[in-house]
Design a protein around this ligand. Structure first.
Ligand code: 9D3
Length: 262
């Protein structure tokens, strides 16, 4: 996968792309990341990449010519990648979109700044527009890092052998159960007894129930998408969670609990 990133703040992207898993993936040639400074393609002598909006109003708008020139330069090296503008007006990013992007071979990520980019550039060159969430950033650079990070870890070889297992737990859509390591007592708090039992079945049950309890408490929206096996439904009933789950699944999926005889 080749990521081309267009920005007016190339230094902002330095360390996120040069540490840990992404660094190793780059070294091993599993991903390639090219950063283009939009300012290098500004036409006037002040290297202006932004200007005041027609019609007046607050803030500045990114000029279309430097963006188009930078994109043209990128396309001379490698043609026909999907051009993605990171902007608050984009469609909401999630794991499904990450998977969709991971199927591409070349992504061109354009980091917006100021109040946005000139609409004519967007209309002529942008294939896809993405927002990473309903909060306000100062620009698209950190959003581009989120995309590079989340897409890269889906590519073969980037995570090593734990990759497939991890994807499974996400598609499950339950939150992870609480985790503990040594020491057995930390500031007076003990590790739950079930985890010390050595009984793998008991541990699995304890973790499953903890996951469901945590998901109900923190992300009830995720429960509605979840499907439980007949064995799991039995465990949930025993833990007294069947009622709340039925309610969260809106009554529409209560068949399972009745039919499986629990
Ligand atoms: C008049 C309101 N503007 C400032 C509060 C809107 C605005 C313009 C530019 C808000 C943010 C930005 C810069 N943000 C991005 O470029 C951005 C972003 C974001 O702010 N949130 C989530 N995802 C993204 S992707 C790019």
């Amino acid at each position: 996968m080749l990521f081309d990133i267009l920005t007016i703040f190339p230094n902002l992207l330095d360390s996120p792309l040069n540490e840990g898993i992404l660094r190793r993936a780059r070294q091993e040639g599993l991903i390639r990341i090219e950063i283009t400074d939009i300012r290098d393609f500004a036409c006037d002598k002040h290297a202006m990449t932004d200007d005041r909006p027609f019609g007046g109003g607050e803030g500045m708008v990114m000029k279309p010519e430097p963006l188009a020139a930078a994109l043209k330069c990128v396309r001379q090296r490698q043609q026909a990648g999907r051009v993605i503008l990171l902007s608050p007006q984009g469609r909401l990013y999630n794991q499904q979109v990450a998977g969709e992007l991971a199927a591409e071979t070349h992504l061109v990520l354009i980091c917006g700044r100021y109040e946005g980019v000139d609409e004519r550039f967007r209309a002529a060159y942008v294939d896809d527009e993405i927002s990473i969430g309903d909060y306000i950033l100062t620009g698209g650079e950190l959003a581009a890092m989120v995309v590079v990070d989340s897409v890269s870890r889906l590519l073969p070889g980037v995570l090593g052998c734990s990759a497939s297992a991890e994807n499974d737990t996400f598609s499950r859509s339950l939150l992870k159960h609480p985790q503990y390591t040594r020491p057995r007592v930390f500031e007076g708090q003990d590790v739950p007894e079930e985890l010390l039992s050595g009984d793998h079945a008991e541990i699995a049950v304890y973790r499953f129930i903890s996951s469901v309890q945590r998901t109900i408490a923190r992300r009830p929206d995720l429960i509605s998408r979840e499907h439980f096996s007949p064995e799991e439904k039995k465990l949930l009933k025993r833990a007294g969670l069947d009622g709340i789950i039925r309610k969260l699944q809106d009554g529409s999926d209560c068949r399972g609990f009745e039919k499986d005889g629990c």
